[in-house]
Structures are given as structure tokens and as C-alpha cells.
Write a protein that binds this ligand. Structure first.
Ligand code: AMP
Ligand code: ZN
Length: 465
């Protein structure tokens, strides 16, 4: 194993990782709430988890990776359960909704070469564990029940606020309309909620029929699969508060000690500088990319070009640059194929030097933009044999996950029959400023699967797959 340093949201520093067990790292990632399709913003956060896991494995750690599936609705600010709402709108059962969107999410992850987690536990399979944690918190005087609702008593847990760095009085001031008037204090949060009689998803408990609060599921599933102490917990930046703050209160409240050593949070993907979110209405799915002329892995490359703790703004220009960068690396790999010389020795100079630079980048808080720059330096190094360039890039690809041995231009990337003639006619129409004709020809080309963009250098085409 080689040392690695990671930014810990808890200490607010980049610290050396000291795994609980030598050479073995346990990771929990908050997974998707499966009532709608994941968008590429969500997927940026899961890519960050994937890069963490691949980096640790590249550095010779054994990794146990758990990512949960939130298939029980939890009420966010609106007081509505999104899974039940989706079931009603789509005329399906909550279980059908959850299964459909789980499959869609995992397929999107597959398209992005996100390695499946070792364990993908579902919240609905762990209600008993959540009830048990809630019972323990009540016993310990850290929670109270009001008419079938159980709340965590934040005032009984002095460490509350340590992750997000907020004081209770500030949180209180920040609270808006409260939809749970029976709480003692606005910052208390639900561990268990009483179900209304006609609610579809509910479970029996000592406090009557009900359903779990949102945060308790991650305390239950993380500790069940990784134990009462584990190494790293990841999620998007918006989960830091309240979700992770509340998870710390629950897990540490029940065990009486620190549970998670390192908390890591990924920054947002934005679109026109606004957070990509369903509520904003600016979401793009990974499966939307081919119709814009891009492959899913072009997006993976784009995500690698920004550090996970920086915002990344999604634009199609940035995607063009990403696609071009990916093509360049793949070309370098294919140029080195087929030689029958001895396999290059990556431990010998100058290959070892490149590897050291790559390791230095990834092990300093996952500096992927630097790691990608090292890959391009290799691809452009004419003094290196083509086979050595290929071997190095394929080695780096264990972390990058870009399928660098795929053809730079996927099969069938030649223009379809008739497209070249349409392009010529369109170029002529543009010279003649016949924009109606030019637009009509653009539509004809699109129907053939060819997207056209006008650039100062002329028409640029991308082929849909
Ligand atoms: P959700 O399914 O809403 O719980 O979100 C799943 C994950 O996506 C969480 O870790 C969120 O923090 C993360 N997330 C949501 N929106 C974005 C975004 N625009 N960019 C990056 N991550 C996001
Ligand atoms: Zn969680």
C-alpha cells in the first residue's frame, strides 16, 4: 500500500488516511432516492465515490464499498414522500417505482464505468435495524416519543453541529416553516414517523404503525455492513447538513464513540451556474448524451477534469473538449497495440517516473485533473515507445475508467450514406445565406443521426450512437 491524503470535512484538513485495519479501507456512500431518474449531477457524486475506490485499489488497498438504495420515501421540506407521490402519478406500487428507478440508476452507473458496490443494501430491507437503533436512542435518553412520532433530542447530544460547523442557535434561526409542530425543538429530527391510516408503505413498531425518518437508514445500513467503526463516508455536499450531521448524532449516540473517521463531500455539477436539480428543472440524464453526439464516457472524462471539491459547470463546449481529450488518449493507446516486443517494464525509467507522478496526483486528495495531465504527457511523449505509452495509459485507466483501449472513433463512426452530400449542400446554402435551406438540411442530417454544429472553421459533425 502507498500512503494517501484525503480532505476530511470533519477536520477541515487534508489528512493522511490511517485505515482502521492495515491495508483495508471501508467506505459507505449515500445512494440514490429511487423515485425518479438520476441526473448527471447525482452521477458526478457517484463518480467521485468510484474514483476514491479505484484510487485506493490502485494503491493496493483492499476496499469494501457499500452504497445504499433509498427506497423508502422520506419527507423532505415539503412534507411529502416522493416515492409515494411518484407511485400515485405513474399508477404503480411504491415497490415498482423503486425497482424501476433502481435499475435505471444502476444502468446509468454502468454506462459511466462506475464499478458496482460490493453491497447495495435497500432501506426497506433494514427497517428492523432502524427500529432497533431508535429504541436504543430512546433508552439512552437521546430521543423522545410524541404520539407515535419519535424524535432525536439534539439538546441531549452536545457534539451536534461538529460536521457542518453550525451552532444550534444558528440552525434554529435558519429554520423555516416547521411541518412537525410536535417536536420539542425545531432542530430535533424524526427517527420514526407515525403513518396515516391509508399510507401504503408502513411498518409495525412499539410506537404504532409508521415509517423511518430519512437519516436513520444510513446509520443502520452503514454500521450493519461496515461495523461500528469504519473509515470513509461520502456523499454530495448538500448531504453534509442535515443528513450527515444527523447520522453522526444517531450512530455516535447509540455506540457512544466515533463511528466514521473521514467524511468526504463532492461539490455540485451546475448548469449555467445553477445547481443541477430536479426542483430547478435543469436536469440532464446520461442517456440524453448520445442524442447530443456524446458518449457517456465523455462525461466521465469531463468529471475527471475538475477536482471533486470544485464546482463543475456542464456545457456542450466543455463536453466537446472532453470528447477530444478522450479521443487523444485512446489514439495513443491504439497506436501502441499489436507490437510483438517484450511487455514494457513499468518499473523501469522513464515509465516509473510517469507512474510516480500519477500516484502523486491521485494520492493527494484525488487530484484527477493532474492525473489526467500526466496521462496526456505520456500520450504526447514521442521519446517513449508506442507500446510503453499504451502500457502506461492502460495502467492509469484502472483509476480513470475511460475504456482507453476502446477505438478512438467507435465502430460506425463514418458518416452514413448520403450525409456527405447533404453536408456539401448545406455548406453551399450557408454561403448563399439561405438559412431556411440550411436548417432544413440540418434536420435531414439529424434524421440520419448526424448532428451539425457551425464553427468558425465550418461545419463540425458528431455522430449519434
Ligand atoms: P438524492 O437522490 O437526491 O439523495 O441525491 C443523490 C446524490 O446526488 C447525493 O449525494 C446528492 O448530494 C448528489 N447531488 C444532487 N444534486 C447534485 C448535483 N447537481 N451535483 C452533484 N451531486 C449532486
Ligand atoms: Zn445517507
Amino acid at each position: 500500500m502507498q500512503p494517501i491524503r484525503l480532505y476530511n470535512s470533519l477536520t477541515r484538513r487534508v489528512d493522511p488516511l490511517a485505515p482502521l485495519a492495515l491495508g483495508r479501507v471501508t467506505i459507505y456512500t449515500c445512494g440514490s432516492t429511487v423515485y425518479r431518474y438520476a441526473h448527471i449531477g447525482n452521477l458526478r457524486t457517484y463518480l467521485f465515490g468510484d474514483l476514491l475506490r479505484r484510487t485506493l485499489q490502485y494503491l493496493d488497498y483492499e476496499v469494501l464499498y457499500v452504497k445504499n438504495i433509498t427506497d423508502v420515501g422520506h419527507m423532505r421540506e415539503t412534507g411529502e414522500d416522493p416515492i409515494l407521490l411518484a407511485a400515485e402519478v405513474e399508477g404503480k406500487t411504491p415497490r415498482e417505482i423503486a425497482e424501476f428507478y433502481t435499475d435505471a440508476w444502476l444502468e446509468d452507473e454502468r454506462l459511466l464505468n462506475i464499478v458496482p458496490a460490493d453491497v447495495l443494501p435497500k432501506a426497506t430491507d433494514h427497517i428492523a435495524e432502524m427500529v432497533e437503533l431508535t429504541r436504543t436512542l430512546l433508552e439512552k435518553g437521546l430521543a423522545y416519543e410524541v404520539a407515535g412520532n419519535v424524535y432525536f433530542d439534539v439538546s441531549a447530544f452536545p457534539a451536534y453541529g461538529q460536521l457542518s460547523g453550525q451552532r444550534i442557535d444558528e440552525m434554529r434561526a435558519g429554520h423555516r416553516v416547521d411541518i412537525e409542530p410536535d417536536k420539542h425543538d425545531p432542530e430535533d429530527f424524526a427517527l420514526w414517523k407515525r403513518a396515516e391510516p391509508d399510507r401504503l408503505m408502513k411498518w409495525p413498531s412499539a410506537w404504532g404503525d409508521g415509517f423511518p425518518g430519512w437519516h436513520i437508514e444510513c446509520s443502520a445500513m452503514s454500521m450493519k455492513y461496515l461495523g461500528e467503526r469504519f473509515d470513509i463516508h461520502t456523499g454530495g455536499i448538500d448531504l453534509k447538513f442535515p443528513h450527515h450531521e444527523d447520522e453522526i448524532a444517531q450512530s455516535e449516540g447509540t455506540t457512544g464513540h466515533q463511528v466514521v473517521s473521514v467524511w468526504m463531500h463532492g461539490e455540485f455539477l451546475t448548469l449555467d451556474d445553477a445547481k443541477m436539480a430536479r426542483s430547478v428543472g435543469n436536469v440532464i440524464r446520461v442517456t440524453d448524451l448520445p442524442s447530443k453526439g456524446f458518449q457517456p464516457l465523455d462525461f466521465r472524462y469531463l468529471a475527471l477534469t475538475a477536482h471533486y471539491r470544485s464546482k463543475l459547470d456542464f456545457t456542450y463546449d466543455a463536453m466537446q473538449a472532453a470528447a477530444a481529450g478522450l479521443r487523444r488518449l485512446r489514439r495513443a493507446v491504439s497506436e501502441g497495440a499489436g507490437g510483438d516486443g517484450p511487455a514494457p517494464d513499468l518499473a523501469a525509467e522513464p515509465m516509473a517516473g510517469y507512474r510516480a507522478r500519477f500516484v502523486e496526483a491521485i494520492s493527494e486528495d484525488l487530484a484527477m485533473p493532474k492525473a489526467v495531465a500526466v496521462a496526456h504527457a505520456v500520450a504526447a511523449d514521442d521519446d517513449l515507445a508506442a507500446a510503453a505509452r499504451r502500457a502506461l495509459l492502460l495502467d492509469f485507466d484502472r483509476v480513470l475508467g475511460l475504456d482507453l483501449d476502446a477505438p478512438a472513433e467507435p465502430a460506425g463512426r463514418e458518416l452514413p450514406a448520403g450525409a456527405a452530400e447533404l453536408l456539401e449542400r448545406r455548406a453551399a446554402a450557408r454561403v448563399a445565406r439561405d438559412y431556411a435551406m440550411s436548417d432544413a438540411l440540418r434536420d435531414e442530417l439529424a434524421a440520419l443521426g448526424v448532428n451539425v454544429r457551425d464553427t468558425p472553421q465550418g461545419q463540425e459533425t458528431t455522430l449519434r450512437r
